[in-house]
Design a protein around this ligand. Structure first.
Ligand code: URA
Length: 209
């Protein structure tokens, strides 16, 4: 079973508390989302392979290590996932970005894909799926399945908040996927919201409520 990383760095927890606070406005919420995404991206890419190159410093010849051209794609799940993309692109500006949209079928309550626009070479890329709120885990698991169907082999999942229940669903369906979450909250309410959580992440990022 791949690991779950709870990223309880003080900077992340501080910014997350700001996001949880109902008094926090759209601007600050967006900024905190971007900053946490950047901090989490730093950790989620810790295993990027390096290669050695030769350079000249002002003083001498040196061997230096640089990232070895690994092909990466970020795939935010619409719409809240978009809030994390800018922070991640600041660290890895050459990453390609795909988008996946899922809605919940009212009869089956299962997530159904309604939009997919992915890099043409997605199967050759390491993909980080971005789903800020892993509540039931249904959307994240479905998004990962959708990528695997398109041939993607290496997938990580990044979220802000999750529930153990949601993480269990993802891990059961996708034991190979490493998960990065800033916190695991204790409850899921009857409307599928994470409690205490931070509310509807999409509404708070885009100011739609
Ligand atoms: N999606 C959200 O935006 N918030 C939740 O609490 C659960 C799912």
């Amino acid at each position: 079973m791949a690991q779950i990383h709870v990223m309880d760095h003080p900077l992340i927890l501080h910014k997350l508390s700001l996001m949880r606070d109902r008094q926090t406005g759209v601007k600050e919420f967006r900024e905190a989302t971007r900053e946490i995404a950047m901090l989490m991206c730093y950790e989620a890419t810790r295993d990027l392979p390096l290669k050695e190159i030769n350079i000249e410093t002002p003083l001498a010849h040196a061997k230096a290590r640089v990232i070895s051209g690994k092909k990466i794609a970020f795939v935010p799940i619409l719409r809240a996932g978009l809030g994390m993309i800018d922070g991640m692109l600041e660290l890895i500006p050459a990453a390609k970005v795909g988008h996946l949209g899922l809605y919940r079928d009212p009869d089956t309550l299962k997530p159904v894909e309604y939009y997919a626009k992915l890099p043409v070479d997605i199967a050759e890329r390491d993909v980080i799926v971005i789903d800020p709120m892993v509540a039931t885990g249904g959307s994240a698991a479905e998004a990962i399945s959708a990528l695997k169907k398109r041939g993607v082999k290496h997938i990580k999942l990044m979220c802000l908040l999750s529930t153990q229940e949601g993480l269990d669903v993802v891990q059961k369906e996708h034991p190979d996927v490493e998960i990065f979450t800033a916190a695991i909250d204790p409850e899921l309410n009857e409307h599928g919201y994470i409690v205490p959580g931070l509310g509807d992440a999409g509404d708070r990022i885009f100011g739609t409520k």
